[in-house]
Ligand binder design. Structure first.
Ligand code: CIZ
Length: 281
């Protein structure tokens, strides 16, 4: 079986397989760890693995490489990118800072490492408000997600200049999609990701990162949830809470990043075989 062959190859090469929460079920099932991008990199740093196979997109593999500088990081599909991360580059950031003047820059983890290197501090969707409030300055620039920046601005008294990027999948969701989902599932609690537009986060019952949604669903007394993030998260939610119900906020819009779906089992297997030389002493 392909799955057991991959696990065996990973074991032989002392590799840890990290799988992002949005990946398809078949990929999540071969994971040593599933989670959000930063959480996965931190967990990998706590292992003695020599190699990380990161089933995710570019910026996640880069994060793993920053957090685990001594490990070799492999991305099963090098063309698997994040559209939002591609909406900012170091020259475009420098140009904006020339226009705005010297401001601290808070950059979301979903960004290229080259942009993180030019930033004052980085944040996740879970800690953005805390990170912004930790700055002494009253005015700052947040990149690259304008929606996360708007959500943060609503929870701080600082002036936030917003980079114009967004996740096209989350940004496509509208308040009326939430309204329709509520009509279909009136008892369900709405959990929305802060990458959604303000019209969606304002109408949601709770606004959480992917790991936050997994934790909240486990701890909540509620038994059904409308999930306003990429539909890939429905699988780990159901796996974590088999006795609860999870409904996508929109069946049609919230499909996973097409590029992230490029990761599939045969590719992970051939990667473990073909890159053997890179980690055999
Ligand atoms: O940082 C991550 O892994 C992403 C893409 C979102 C989240 O909320 O976990």
């Amino acid at each position: 079986m392909m799955e057991s062959r991959i696990k065996e190859l990973a074991r032989k090469r002392n590799a840890v397989i990290l799988v992002h929460n949005y990946q398809p079920p078949q990929i999540q099932d071969i994971a040593d760890f599933c989670g959000d991008s930063l959480e996965l990199s931190i967990r990998a740093s706590e292992t003695s693995a020599d190699v990380i196979v990161f089933c995710g997109v570019h910026f996640m593999a880069e994060t793993a490489s920053i957090v685990c500088p001594d490990k070799t990081v492999l991305l099963p599909r090098t063309e698997a990118g994040c559209p939002m991360a591609d909406m900012i580059t170091p020259p475009s950031l420098k140009a904006m800072l020339e226009e705005l003047g010297k401001l601290p820059v808070v950059t979301y983890v979903n960004s290229p490492a080259s942009v993180k290197a030019l930033s004052t501090v980085c944040c996740t969707s879970a800690n953005a408000v805390k990170v912004v409030n930790s700055l002494e300055e009253k005015e700052l620039l947040m990149t690259p997600d304008r929606n996360l920046a708007s959500y943060t601005e609503a929870h701080t008294d600082k002036k936030i200049h917003k980079w114009a990027g967004c996740c096209p999948i989350h940004d496509a969701l509208r308040a009326e999609d939430i309204e329709k989902a509520r009509q279909k599932h009136p008892d369900a609690e709405v959990m929305a990701h802060p990458e959604c537009r303000p019209e969606v986060t304002e109408t949601a019952d709770v606004v959480l990162s992917t790991s936050g949604m997994l934790k909240h669903a486990r701890q909540s007394d509620r038994s059904s949830f409308i999930v306003a993030t990429e539909n890939g998260l429905i699988y780990p939610l159901k796996k974590n809470c088999p006795d609860k119900s999870f409904f996508p906020a929109s069946e049609t819009m919230m499909r996973m990043w097409p590029n992230a779906l490029k990761i599939w089992l045969p590719k992970s297997r051939s990667l473990l075989i073909s890159s053997k030389k890179r980690w055999t002493p």
